[in-house]
Unconditional design. Sequence first.
Length: 310
Amino acid sequence: MARLTEDANGVYIIALTPFTDTGALDLDSTDRMVDFYLERGATGLTVLGMMGEAQKLTTDESQIYVRRILKRVDGRVPVVAGVSSAGLAPMKALTDMVMDDGAAGVMIAPPASLRNDQQIVNYYQQAAEFLGDVPFVLQDFPLVTSVTIPVSVIQTIIDLVPTCVCLKHEDWPGLAKITALRKTANEPGKRQISILCGNGGLFLPEEMARGADGAMTGFAYPEMMRDVVRLHRGDDTAQAQDIFDAYLPLARYEQQPGLGLSIRKYVMAKRGAITSPTLRKPGTVLSKDDISEIELLIERQTKRLRELGQ
């Protein structure tokens, strides 16, 4: 497998972890899910992410799951694995495991204990030294990590740590951050890396217009992100916006804190990508009212896409 580079672009889907109704790993659904993502234009997959229920897996399950993903992908697209940890030793153990099995790189979020800019820089320098030549994605998600990373600090890490090849941008509001990073990277002696955006794709047209290279997030309709990225790169921004707008009500609904993953799994099961929408406990369960609202949103979305010729 080729390693992740500064040229990463397109749509890196945050993969679900499929479970059976009893909460066991569902490896047959894992295969089907990989096919579903690739058939709908994913240019990469990200596993063991925050929306992948990674924290609910044992170490052995994590390895079984990642190996199954990598086997099914079979080198067709890069696979990035989340390895964030409070300590560098467990981070390295997980990194070595996934890289030996064929991953293209890893993703590292800052621990909540970091309190100032220098601590953030030091952390990523130490992590990179510990992991060796493994390329990594810097995950900037202050709404979850409680760590705010200014543009100047991100650029410092980029310039000091050559194995930092991609930024997963999830700051909110954060459009100005993309603009500032692109401007800063053009200064003499600065390095530019890939910027892939999260936030459930809610700001994808604006992020692309600001200079992002694509998305690294999840949504039950990955073809929306595929088309928005493709059309923006082809300068057909009006069509990109029309398609985005058709999916926006459901994308917005899926971003509800606490319910979002249940919604995504429900829709993915409805679309045949996985067998069961089960979340491993502890996890939320959709009500009849939730399901009725989802079905109405899907119905309206389908109608609008038909009107657009999609």
